[in-house]
Design a protein around this ligand. Structure first.
Ligand code: SF4
Length: 267
């Protein structure tokens, strides 16, 4: 395989690469320096806690040719994916039950994957019945990583109420040997419903570092990364369309894919 490092050299607009490659969950362990581009979205009510200091602070200038949030953003992603079928994009949503999200998911080309973020094992059956190929489920973690006891607990949880397999995010194991750029499970559409286990955000180390318990997007590398994107962001569609060939794009690093029907916000 050709070393892909040279492909990802653009740092512009709403879309940037992770700044600290060595620690980044997204970055490749196999090819140091190779990482997906990240797309940040405004934090809105509906999926994020109201204590988040970024609540409602959309960056309208960043979305020059798409509306600030909601439908405009989703349409922007779809347009970019259609015009650049070589890009591979993925993101997560807590709005996996919403009919609008189901319709949107089914309208997307194959190079965009959305993962249903469920809260409890009981919701896995429902997500599967709604046609989701991938579901993410979190387990509380004291370290921010999935460790042996947590693996056992998570496997048992995934078996109930329906026995099914569970893939643990390889980038969240102690001493991970793979990052998203190596794994890409979330960017695939497996034929069989697949459950991915993650260490929960906002728990353990993360929550201790955050007043009021907000998410990983408010700290460390992700926060720096988003600030950098905010300083340089220009035009969403133009930026996405100018990415190097075959670039990987992690959608909605902060916020959520949606939201729908939130008060005082466009959908
Ligand atoms: S399962 Fe794979 S693609 Fe998904 S978040 Fe983990 S490392 Fe990234």
């Amino acid at each position: 395989m050709k070393n892909p490092n040279k492909l990802n050299t653009i740092d512009a607009g709403l879309v940037t690469q992770q700044p600290s490659i060595g620690n980044a969950k997204l970055a490749s362990r196999k090819w140091p320096g190779y990482a997906p581009f990240s797309v940040f979205n405004p934090v809105l009510p509906g999926s994020c806690p109201s204590s988040c200091p970024k609540m409602n602070l959309g960056r309208a200038a960043a979305h020059k040719n798409v509306k600030r949030t909601g439908e405009g953003f989703r349409n922007g992603v779809r347009l970019a994916a259609l015009s650049r079928p070589d890009l591979r994009m993925w993101g997560y949503t807590h709005f996996w039950r919403h009919p609008g999200m189901l319709e949107y998911r089914d309208s997307l080309p194959e190079n965009v994957s959305i993962v249903a973020s469920v809260e409890t094992p009981e919701e896995l059956n429902e997500a599967e019945s709604l046609g989701w190929a991938l579901a993410a489920i979190a387990v509380p973690s004291t370290t921010g990583y999935i460790e042996a006891d947590e693996v056992r607990a998570l496997r048992e949880a995934a078996k109930s109420p329906t026995p099914r397999g569970l893939v643990l995010c390889p980038a969240q194991r102690p001493n991970p040997r793979a990052g998203c750029a190596d794994c890409l499970l979330c960017a695939r559409q497996p034929r069989k419903f697949t459950v991915i286990g993650f260490a929960g955000h906002g728990v353990g180390k993360t929550s201790k570092q955050l007043d009021g318990g907000c998410c990983y997007a408010q700290q460390g590398n992700v926060r720096l990364h988003e600030l950098r994107a905010g300083r340089t962001q220009t035009d969403f569609l133009k930026t996405l369309s100018s990415l190097p060939p075959n670039a990987l794009v992690r959608l909605v690093v902060s916020g959520d894919f949606g939201p729908f029907n939130t008060p005082n916000q466009e959908n």
